[in-house]
Design a protein around this ligand. Structure first.
Ligand SMILES: [Zn+2]
Length: 293
């Protein structure tokens, strides 16, 4: 497992495409090999690094097949670099910056980065517990001070943070069409534990959620003064969004990226490896129809 966020160590470890293939292969078959075509569990190593060939039907599968690295049209070590920079840079990295650093087209970097971010989406399996604050805010529109393209429509976001009285442990957020209770409930059910102690402002949308979440306490926000940690988090998110993404066309994806990194601040050692695992095992939508050939 590659550990840490050190760029020199990363560059040495993944200096060649073969080193990357070997790494993917070890993750892909860490629980044993199984032929993608006939299910046989015995294989031969073949010449191409990381690939395995079935002893029964002779089907050869590469380390990248059925992963997010499948059919990437540029050197694998550059794809690894994009994943590394996106997940380990505290503020992420723009596709323009990646393009300059890697000598790839900006659009190429952008589209691969989208795949990486797709893997940073929460699976909802780790709801916030303990002391929670929830609030909604707007992104985009005139209030962001940016009249650029794609920034003309305001979008509403609901955010929840788990606090310990001093700081913020974790956070989740979701773009919502409106702050009606039905929309808020979807977010609550996905990201907040039923027994959590929840504070919100006086918005009526939270009122009807009290049946499902009896511990909700509503307080007058006093222009944010009652929710200082939450407002700091919202400011941090907005300033990151302006600095890195410049527009809000893919707001939910950017939110997922922000929360993924924030929620793993204490797990710097495994950041890269866990992301690569997701990229190997979580077959995204556009590969659902993939068939072994
Ligand atoms: Zn086979």
């Amino acid at each position: 497992m590659f550990k840490g966020v050190n760029l020199i160590e990363f560059s040495e470890r993944f200096a060649t495409d073969d080193a990357c293939r070997k790494y993917l292969s070890e993750i892909k078959w860490e629980n044993g090999y199984q032929c993608g075509k006939c299910g046989q569990t015995h294989y031969y190593e073949i010449k191409k690094v990381g690939s395995r060939q079935c002893v029964n039907c002779k089907y050869a599968e590469s380390a990248t097949a059925r992963t997010l690295f499948h059919k990437v049209k540029f050197p694998l070590r550059k794809a690894f670099y994009i994943a590394f920079m996106v997940v380990t840079n505290k503020k992420g990295i723009s596709s323009y910056e990646l393009s300059r650093k890697l000598g790839l087209r900006q659009k190429t970097c952008w589209s691969f980065k989208q795949k990486v971010i797709e893997e940073m989406k929460s699976d909802g399996n780790n709801p916030l517990k303990g002391n929670i604050e929830v609030d909604e805010f707007y992104v985009g529109g005139p209030e962001a001070g940016n009249t650029g393209r794609g920034n003309k429509t305001k979008q509403q976001v609901v955010m929840a943070i788990q606090t310990d009285g001093f700081g913020i442990h974790r956070c989740y957020a979701k773009v919502i069409p409106s702050a009606h209770s039905a929309e808020l409930q979807v977010f609550f059910d996905q990201h907040i534990d039923k027994n959590a102690k929840i504070r919100t402002d006086g918005w009526k949308g939270y009122f009807s959620l009290k049946q499902r979440y009896p511990s909700i306490e509503q307080e007058i926000s006093a222009k944010g003064k009652a929710f200082t940690l939450m407002h700091r988090q919202i400011m941090m998110f907005k300033s990151w969004l302006r600095g890195t993404h410049h527009h809000c066309t893919y707001l939910q994806k950017y939110i997922d990226e922000f929360c993924y990194r924030f929620n793993r601040l204490k797990y710097q050692n495994t950041l890269f490896h866990r992301l690569i695992e997701r990229m190997v095992f979580n077959q995204p939508l556009f590969y659902q129809n993939y068939q072994c050939r």
